[in-house]
Design a binder for this molecule. Sequence first.
Ligand code: BG6
Length: 479
Amino acid sequence: MTKGYKMPKGFLWGGAVAAHQLEGGWDVDGKGVSIADVMTAGRNGVPRKVTDGVKEGEVYPNHWGNDFYHCYPEDDKLFAEMGFKCFRTSIAWTRIFPNGDETTPNEAGLKFYDDLFDDLLSHGIQPVVTLSHFEIPYHLVKAYGGFSNRKMIDFFVRFATVVFDRYKDKVKYWMTFNEINNQTAWSDPHPLLQNSGLQLGADDNWEQAMYQAAHYELVASALAVQAGHAINPDFQIGCMVAMCPIYPLTAKPADVMMAERAMQKRYWFGDVHCLGEYPKWLPKYFERKGFDMDITAADLATLKAGTVDYVGFSYYMSFVTKGRDGDQEYDFKEPDDFVENPYVEKSDWGWQIDPTGLRYAMNWMQDRWHLPQFIVENGFGAYDKKEADGSVHDDYRISYFRDHILAMEEAVALDGVDLIGYTPWGCIDLVSASTGEMAKRYGFIYVDADDNGHGSFDRSKKDSFDWFQQVIASDGEDL
Ligand code: BG6
């Protein structure tokens, strides 16, 4: 056993999921079609397709997820047995507003989350809620072009206000847009669709479209923060960034400058969320690129007035980049400018495993944004083998968590980082966001279902279940 550091009293140990990846029940009780519902199954190395609506004969894994919509009472009991203090999930926008542009919410959708939150609370588990986790109503994509359209701000704020008001006595911790900065990988269509609901053609200027959509999202987030605080001043409303620190490959000055620019391009979203203003380099960049942006003075005032209360972030891996010979502009482009890190191992999906990067990132964010932090995702996607007796010996997962939790505890105990909690991703097996696979498993709890939705959907405990239970019981000391 490794000895860790005790986390402070009230630390929120828990687990994290997103509605579309586990609920299933994609068309029940008045739910509308979301962008996740038109994404087919991919595989390791084979991207998911996005179809024009739901098509006969295609496989859509988010339609069934792990059937949490029907199984949550049993799952909540298992979370409680592990000792969870909180459970992060999202509210599927299309359960509340099936098309996204209605003015009256769907009562059956609201009731589902009332029941879920009541059940969690009855076990002493507080819900932590993401408003938009890759679940934009498909109608808003088709009819409005997603967040390329300023009207989306109103639709989002209406949705946020309805759920803030409804759950004001049940939920304290909220986040606005999941991994808002993932869409910097704008050469790949999925992050842009998943984050912003954008479907672009070959002739469109994708990069400009990404910055414009992100701007509208940041304004929507700032308005939601203000609306939430007006409804309940005790609300803690955070942002959510995908934190993957980007290192220079060597000490060569051009590599160091490229890494700096890479960090600026990936984390300016956090600057706006946390500091309420655009960093100085970005308007210069827009100018140099000739981007004609719709950013008004009123928007800038809104951003300043709607800064977040904490930094929610995911951490899975770090990246490495290097400078280009003779290039003075350092226009880092993701993913083309990434190179391999020779010092770290990778998962079966090529994700670089770097626990020290978590401690580094926590220090970097503390120094830059001066806000409490909440690790709302961290975990290890792996192929698990279920033995004949039902057991799953996932020592590789335990080892990943042990190293990352220790790095997190060092950041708190030795470096003074202010951390609210830690919710490992996919605490129960669910559908992978990037590949649509069930085979890329993250859970402490095994779900008997395959990539095509076949199986009993029965739940069972992996070895990591008992291990994480002991971590929580010891407040992080027994790793
Ligand atoms: C984050 C997302 O990117 O990473 C989750 O917020 C996602 O939705 C998680 O599931 C792990 O990624 P993947 O592609 O392995 O499911």
